[in-house]
Write a protein that binds this ligand. Structure first.
Ligand code: ATP
Ligand code: MG
Length: 229
């Protein structure tokens, strides 16, 4: 089977889609892979800026049918690479309109479609997930509680929801993504550093925090991506 297509989504702005994409790229690299980044946040391509010198990185607009054609062609041409798609908040509309185009090619691509659905503690994260599950029925969906917005037990709306039962019944996991100290995430964002470059350039204390975080990230995401931690 060809490698997975991974979507880091969440519908909403600012929930942590980009930081989860960064975590997924770093996890794939740690597994010895050469992932391809597809950045669909064309107005603020933060992950693309961080990784464009280190990975094959494409900018694709998924609001248009053409973007989905390009995405599918990249997936077809590079079966040996995991495709990591960083989405923009506004992409939900494009997914509803064209997601089926991708779902319909999965068996021919011989790839699994996996989504990390990133949530904060608010209700709209969950409502948007309902729409997404309908639009991209072909995806395995893992819900990622972003620890930046509080500890796992504070995600009460999701933890006690029917949606959680349905996610887990369909083979998805409920994950908790670790929080990185603000001053280190500010370093990554403001200087547009990949984790690899940050590990060469930041002061020792900052690198120590980044090392702690990335090991946690690998533990949390590896299980969902590779079936083991
Ligand atoms: N787990 C985390 N650890 C540290 N900082 C985080 C974490 N999650 C989010 N943040 C911070 O919250 C802000 C928003 O995160 P991010 O950019 O990943 O969200 P997004 O969903 O991609 O937003 P957008 O919709 O604007 O693309 C960033 O400034 C980031 O530093
Ligand atoms: Mg983003």
């Amino acid at each position: 089977m060809a490698k997975d297509i991974l979507i880091s989504g969440g519908g909403k702005g600012g929930v942590g889609k980009s930081v989860v994409s960064v975590g997924a790229i770093d996890t794939a690299l740690a597994h010895g892979e050469t992932p391809i980044l597809v950045e669909t946040d064309t107005s603020n391509p933060d992950v693309w800026k961080m990784y464009k010198n280190e990975l094959r990185a494409e900018l694709i607009d998924l609001d248009e049918a053409n973007g989905w054609i390009d995405l599918i062609n990249i997936c077809d041409q590079h079966p040996e690479s995991t495709i990591i798609i960083n989405t923009a908040a506004r992409n939900n509309r494009g997914v509803a309109a064209y997601g089926e185009t991708l779902s319909n090619t999965l068996s021919e691509l011989d790839r699994r479609l996996v989504t990390f659905w990133v949530i904060n503690r608010q209700r709209d994260s969950l409502e948007l997930l309902n729409d997404y599950m309908t639009a991209l029925a072909g995806s395995v969906i893992h819900v990622v509680r972003n620890g930046h917005y509080g500890p796992e037990e504070k995600f009460e709306l999701y933890n006690g929801s029917k949606l959680r039962t349905s996610v887990e019944r369909s083979g998805g996991q409920s994950l908790t993504f670790p929080d990185l100290a603000d001053r280190v995430s500010d370093d990554l964002y403001s200087k547009r550093l990949s984790i690899g470059t940050a590990m060469k350039t930041l002061p020792l204390g900052n690198r120590a925090e980044l090392t702690r975080w990335r090991h946690e990230v690998h533990k949390v995401l590896s299980g969902a991506l590779y079936g083991a931690s």
